[in-house]
Ligand binder design. Structure first.
Ligand SMILES: [Zn+2]
Length: 219
């Protein structure tokens, strides 16, 4: 395979960033989206680590309108044997079949659980585009729109509350150490941000020694 996205450094990075569980799942621990999917920088874009895994192991590119589904129902899993291709619709139906969509279902158009609706709110607060939220969660634009307008799932906490929690969650020590190493190597903040999959704000805070002060800075 000659695709630069599957060049040596990315493959090595990929295999360093998950833990093999007794369930057989390869559980990604590096960076997770609020929906629980792994994040991976492939040199060109930030993609789901499960998507990268599927493409790498099957030597295909996931076509538009299709997404990578988990047979194990574990969004952080990147084991190619637990991954398959389906349409966004398949994925939503799969959730309903597995009972994950049952609770929020009142009129047949809502296919997300409270937990997923909470994730949608978090992603909206993080200013993720609605169409990306649809693919991440596997629901319709209509559902996301209704939640955004505050029409459905009114009982869930909104705004600041969640935003604050998200900001606190930030990076792990391991990731912060990696950021420091990259900064020390002379890499630009913007590149560090993309490689680690965090905000440039956090990288700046670490660079100015405002956060993660307990970590060694040199070497
Ligand atoms: Zn799995």
């Amino acid at each position: 395979m000659t695709d630069s996205r599957f060049a040596e450094p990315f493959v090595t990075r990929f295999f360093e960033r998950f833990e093999v569980k007794s369930s057989g799942c390869w559980e990604w621990w590096w960076g997770l989206t609020s929906a629980g999917y792994g994040r991976f920088w492939d040199g060109q874009r930030q993609i789901g680590s499960h998507v990268w895994s599927y493409e790498y192991h099957n030597k295909v590119i996931v076509p538009k309108g299709m997404e990578v589904m988990h047979s194990c129902d574990n969004p952080a899993c990147v084991n190619p044997n637990h991954l398959s291709l389906g349409t966004t619709k398949d994925n939503a139906q799969d959730r309903v079949k597995k009972g994950r969509g049952a609770r929020g279902q009142r009129n047949g158009s809502a296919v997300v659980t409270d937990k997923e609706a909470e994730r949608i709110i978090r992603l909206l607060n993080a200013r993720m585009k609605r169409e990306h939220i649809c693919t991440t969660i596997g629901c319709s634009k209509y559902t996301v729109g209704k939640i955004a307008q505050g029409v459905s799932y009114k009982h869930l906490p909104r705004g600041e509350q969640i935003r604050r929690r998200r900001r606190q969650s930030g990076l792990s020590n391991k990731q912060a150490r990696y950021v420091i190493r990259l900064l020390n190597s002379g890499m630009k903040r913007k590149e560090v941000k993309e490689l680690v999959g965090c905000s440039e704000y956090i990288v700046g805070c670490i660079a100015r020694n405002e956060t993660f002060k307990h970590l060694p800075r040199e070497g």
